[in-house]
Design a protein around this ligand. Structure first.
Ligand SMILES: C[S@@+](CC[C@H](N)C(=O)[O-])C[C@H]1O[C@@H](n2cnc3c(N)ncnc32)[C@H](O)[C@@H]1O
Length: 359
């Protein structure tokens, strides 16, 4: 039975206060990840983690982070992280971030445990995106953001994002991690079995391309990206018996290789419309007859009042790029303007959606 709330409880601005605290909750998760708390939980799944001594020993922190206090004890840190404890001793990995605890356990953002895809996502959010969001008001006023946050010129967004090799690798880690969650839904949203040669333009580490090759094994899949990205993808994100090939190139200034299907995953949202039109026209010219283009983006509702994730992604584009998220009608208009037709939209119900158009 629903609990009866008094009028004064109903009037209390819980939601507002919860939003005010949102950044603090994020920082708890980010800091836990950076400190290796998830590693500790993985290593000690059946033992009590009851005192600051354990945190001090395992996380190389002072006792509890501050003399004599116990901030990083299970008391509140674990509570926010949503780890459940049975009989006060057994820390099971029931994160409340997903529906199935076992699935979520596999995604634990542990820095050391192999196959912890959310780790790279969290590190990039914490160290790069968090400071950028600090300049939200300036970004809304139309002022340059990356320039202010990191002291870099932002006329070439990827020069700024790749301002050091370390930053580039962190960005690549973030890109790599998303497709663990959404990749399969994206590549199977449409029947793509008729496309023989697929080129993933700006395909980064090849994570989505590999999902594509797995789902459609009779196709050949090539990732095209900037030379330094291709070199780093092969060195730092290699895969045995890789099903995808890599090719270096600049999709704005070099020729686009001929193919039956081009993937543009999270590419259009980086750029203003003129650049998107230039790129899509080039793709149209290189596309084989009967071929197409598959856009992968977080689609806004037509009235732009949701989904919240897509709105937040759009603000994220605002603080660091010249682009934004768009509703399906805008993609359709741009695709038709560049010669594509038969535009089909598929909302996956996850963070990213997909649009297929034919030449
Ligand atoms: C937002 S990321 C998307 C990566 C990948 N498609 C994904 O969704 O995981 C944009 C990608 O485009 C690449 N890129 C940017 N400008 C490029 C250019 N002029 N030519 C080729 N690739 C480019 C970047 O290196 C990066 O890998």
């Amino acid at each position: 039975m629903a609990e009866h709330l008094s009028q004064s409880e109903l009037d209390y601005p819980f939601k507002l206060l919860e939003y005010f605290n949102g950044f603090r909750v994020s920082k708890v998760i980010f800091s836990a990840c950076e400190l290796g708390v998830f590693d500790l939980l993985l290593r000690r799944p059946r033992k009590p983690i009851s005192g600051s001594a354990v945190w001090a020993q395992d996380l190389s922190c002072k006792r509890g982070g501050r003399d004599g206090e116990t901030e990083w004890t299970p008391g509140w840190g674990i509570e926010i992280l949503g780890v459940e404890t049975k009989d006060g001793t057994d820390y099971s990995f029931c994160f409340h971030f997903g529906s199935s605890s076992s699935d979520v356990a596999n995604l634990l953002p542990s820095p050391k445990a192999a196959g912890s895809p959310l780790h790279d996502m969290i590190i990039y959010q914490s160290q790069t995106i968090y400071p950028l969001w600090n300049n939200m008001a300036d970004a809304v006023r139309g002022r340059i953001k990356i320039e202010k946050t990191f002291g870099l010129p932002s006329e070439d967004i990827f020069k700024a994002l790749y301002r050091s090799r370390g930053e580039m690798l962190k960005f690549m880690g973030l890109m790599n991690s998303s497709w663990v969650l959404d990749g399969h839904d994206i590549v199977t949203a449409f029947n793509l079995s008729g496309f023989q040669k697929i080129v993933d333009l700006g395909g980064c580490t090849g994570a989505l391309a590999r999902e594509m090759a797995k789902a459609w094994p009779s196709s050949s899949v090539t990732v095209l990206d900037l030379p330094q990205v291709v070199e780093a993808a092969q060195k730092h994100f290699p895969q045995e018996d890789d099903a995808v090939e890599f090719q270096s190139g600049d999709f704005f200034s070099d020729e686009i290789p001929p193919a039956d299907l081009y993937i543009l995953a999270r590419i259009i949202h980086d750029w203003p419309e003129e650049k998107c039109v230039t790129l899509l026209k080039k793709i149209h010219d290189s596309c084989r007859p009967g071929g197409g283009v598959l856009l992968v983006e977080a689609l806004l509702f037509e009235n732009r009042r949701g989904p919240v994730t897509a709105q937040i992604f759009s603000l994220n584009m605002l603080v660091q790029t010249e682009g934004r998220e768009r509703p399906p009608s805008e993609y359709t208009r741009i695709l038709e303007k560049t010669g594509f037709h038969n535009v089909q939209v598929c909302r996956t119900g996850k963070c990213y959606d997909t649009i297929l158009a034919t030449r």
